[in-house]
Design a protein. Structure first.
Length: 330
């Protein structure tokens, strides 16, 4: 089995691509022949040892895969040949998605329609789950509200733009370049702001008739968060998703009080531990939206597995749009 291995914490180029012996399927797990694996920004944090979770070295990175079941226990709900997507966990050299084989818990594995390509399925789980929980569970987004999405052309942001439109919101996309602006428009954003050349807060206020953004979806942090506080609406909600800028902002309680808005945290992984029933509900809703054509992963790059380090490096540096997936068969 070929896989990317992290033997010491560092940058993406510190990973090594190795031929590993095949591990037996752990009890209670589903064994999957990986066709595609999603590349996420937080994979780079996991590599560097700066993420909330810190797997013991060595480990195989990668948290979401799509492929075909090759082994499953009776009663698991799966059988050989099933087309599935799954969340996988980096735990030694028998886990992780940047590999030709992966293991997943049955409750974190789901069958996919025959019409869904493996590349789309590998890009479907984490970003859209995060978006759904952020917008619906935490922000309670309502039809007609103004939704501001930072890094709207990236993997997390592109999912939020589509989910916002599906919910009936007016979506404002914040991006960092003309190329990314074009991507955000194709995704359906009602207004696109290039924050490096435009005054984001002023533009949001003008577009909304002085109302401001009811919900801000922020995976960036730093200056993006600060700009959001200047254009948040009365009783608005800023959803803190992550800090791809590398800067963790400090919410000023006096400002929150004076403008009457909320700063709400979102750690999607906690729901898999504390409210798995909501994850199942979310999955059913997302598959329904996909079947109706209201959401569809924007997979911008399909990269051979052996080029995984370069692919992750590009995602970590913010040089990509949409979702990058690794494919085991070019």
């Amino acid at each position: 089995m070929r896989a990317w291995v992290v033997r010491q914490n560092g940058a993406p180029d510190s990973m090594t691509f190795e031929e590993l012996p095949e591990h037996p399927t752990p009890p209670g797990m589903v064994r999957i022949a990986v066709e595609a694996a999603g590349v996420n920004f937080f994979d780079s944090l996991l590599l560097a040892g700066t993420y909330q979770e810190k797997p013991e070295l060595p480990f195989i990175p990668g948290s979401e895969v799509a492929g075909t079941v090759v082994e499953a226990e009776p009663g698991s709900g799966f059988q050989t040949g099933d087309r599935v997507l799954a969340r996988v966990r980096s735990a030694g050299l028998g886990g992780g998605g940047y590999a030709e084989l992966a293991f997943a818990r049955p409750q974190e594995t789901m069958k996919i329609p025959d019409a869904m390509p493996f590349e789309d399925a590998a890009a479907f789980f984490i970003n859209y789950q995060t978006g759904w929980f952020g917008l619906h569970r935490r922000a309670r987004l309502q039809p007609g509200e103004f939704l501001l999405v930072h890094a709207a052309a990236g993997g997390v942001g592109s999912a939020a733009v589509q989910l916002g439109k599906a919910a009936g919101a007016t979506v404002i996309a914040s991006v960092g370049s003309t190329h990314k602006a074009e991507v955000a428009r194709r995704l359906g954003a009602d207004l696109v702001i290039e924050h490096r050349s435009q005054d984001l807060a002023q533009t949001v206020k003008e577009f909304s008739g002085g109302h401001g953004a009811d919900v801000v979806y922020d995976p960036v942090g730093g200056e993006a968060f600060e700009r959001s506080t200047k254009c948040i609406a009365f009783e608005g909600r800023i959803i803190v998703v992550g800090f791809t800028s590398g800067q963790i902002p400090q919410a000023r309680a006096n400002h929150v009080l004076v403008k009457n808005y909320s700063v709400v945290g979102l750690h999607w992984g906690l729901y898999t531990q504390r409210r798995p029933d909501l994850v199942e509900e979310c999955t059913a809703e997302l598959l329904k939206l996909h079947a109706e054509g209201k959401i569809a992963p924007y997979v911008s790059r399909r990269v051979p597995l052996e080029n995984g380090a370069d692919a992750l490096g590009a995602v970590a540096a913010g040089r990509t749009t949409g979702k990058t997936v690794l494919v085991t068969r070019a």
